[in-house]
Design a protein around this ligand. Structure first.
Ligand code: NPG
Length: 381
């Protein structure tokens, strides 16, 4: 096993979680981001720093400030970590980061909170071993294609300006957020302005019902790569029904909460594409299993995003480099969301981001920027 030169000797077989710092940071977004569920002007993020017997590791929680898009939200994640998850882990010897999910299984749900602590322990373990997230997860690429998610705008003109700007920067795929009343017109306008060759997809975040089938079928004329989560997350079977009525491939996001959920949805024909988000499924290790299910089923997959800072972005870029991620993900450069990132910014070159190759996440927060954006720190032992 490789180890960083000069790294202290440690017991590689066991990782003991000694303390966890729960740090809240609040980063302003370069522009408000609006979806069918709400508008976001800043990103209130929970970061975890795990102090383990083999060194420190960083985790980032995907939850947003309010329980509008997902039931998990950042204060709730901090609470469940403090009161229920960390007490099951602190002071215990873990055979590897994979043991985190096992130890937390008695706690129902709370996947974003579980994902964050698993990420921090995995980062610590891999840093100690001198192995990158990418190598550990099974990456086969050294750079990944960038896709950009474009929020709902106040006017079609404003949307066209935004899309034009992203295409000029080199983004390789565009995803438009849609909702009833903001769907056919913006999609038509983007196709008319930028032509049929721009890889284009839409994301409804579950805002439609089966009664909207004619409106959704009208999107078939625009040559979209996919329509993401048209119906609410519980309606997996109804997505299968809808899939038979549309030519545009259906991609599920919110409905896919685990590898098992992915297998079930694929088996009944509810989707032919899956968006994989580590936070939504409980961590990078389960996200890799979702990837594996998709690859084994011949279903296309791509990596979703939750407006991550450089820490989560590093993990996401590593995961997106796996072979089964056959479509560009919501993997954008740091400056898509943040004027200043917490880590060295991810910079797009020729429409791609380089996959970090250093130990663990391969990036670390800049101490000055971390201090500048921190709103609270809590240490749990
Ligand atoms: O590029 O990180 C990104 C964000 C991509 O649109 C994106 N994420 O539904 O997938 C989603 C979604 C989202 C994020 C929705 C935040 C609501 C809030």
């Amino acid at each position: 096993m490789r180890r960083r030169a000069g790294a202290p000797p440690h017991n590689l077989a066991m990782t003991r979680l000694e303390a966890v710092e729960l740090r809240r940071v609040c980063l302003p977004l370069v522009a408000p981001f609006r979806t069918a569920h709400g508008a976001y002007a800043e990103r209130d993020v929970l970061l975890l720093r795990a102090a383990t017997s083999c060194g420190d590791g960083w985790g980032e929680c995907a939850a947003l400030a309010d329980p509008l898009y997902t039931s998990e939200y950042v204060d709730g994640c901090q609470h469940v970590l403090r009161e229920h998850l960390l007490p099951r882990l602190l002071g215990r010897d873990l055979s590897s980061a994979a043991a985190v999910a096992e130890a937390l299984r008695p706690v129902a749900g709370h996947r974003m909170a579980k994902a964050a602590i698993e990420m921090a322990v995995l980062d610590a373990e891999l840093r100690a071993r001198g192995e990158s997230f990418a190598d550990h997860l099974g990456a086969v690429r050294t750079a990944v294609d960038c896709g950009v998610a474009v929020g709902i705008h106040g006017s079609v003109e404003a949307l066209l300006d935004a899309v034009g700007g992203y295409l000029a920067q080199g983004y390789r795929r565009v995803k438009l957020k849609i909702e009833p009343g903001w769907d056919l017109e913006p999609v038509r306008a983007v196709r008319e302005r930028f032509g049929p060759d721009v890889p284009l997809q839409v994301d409804a975040n579950g805002a439609y019902t089966l009664a909207d089938v004619r409106r959704l079928a009208a999107l078939d004329d625009f040559g979209l790569l996919l329509i993401e989560q048209p119906l609410p997350e519980e309606q997996v079977r109804t997505h299968a029904e809808l899939a038979r009525l549309l030519r545009t491939p259906i991609c599920l996001d919110e409905s896919i909460t685990s590898a098992r959920a992915a297998a079930e949805a694929i088996a009944i024909g509810a989707c032919t594409v899956v968006s994989v988000k580590p936070g939504r499924v409980g961590g990078y290790l389960e996200a890799r299993r979702v990837h594996d299910v998709c690859a084994a089923s011949g279903v296309a997959a791509w990596l979703g995003g939750m407006l991550e800072t450089g820490l989560g972005r590093a993990g996401n870029v590593a995961l997106a480099a796996l072979p089964g991620f056959t479509l560009p993900g919501d993997v954008s450069a740091s400056d898509r969301y943040y004027r200043q990132d917490l880590t060295e910014p991810f910079v797009m070159r020729d429409g791609r981001l380089a996959v970090p190759s250093g130990p663990g996440l391969g990036v670390a927060p800049d101490p000055a920027r971390l201090a500048e954006f921190t709103t609270s720190v809590e240490i749990i032992r």
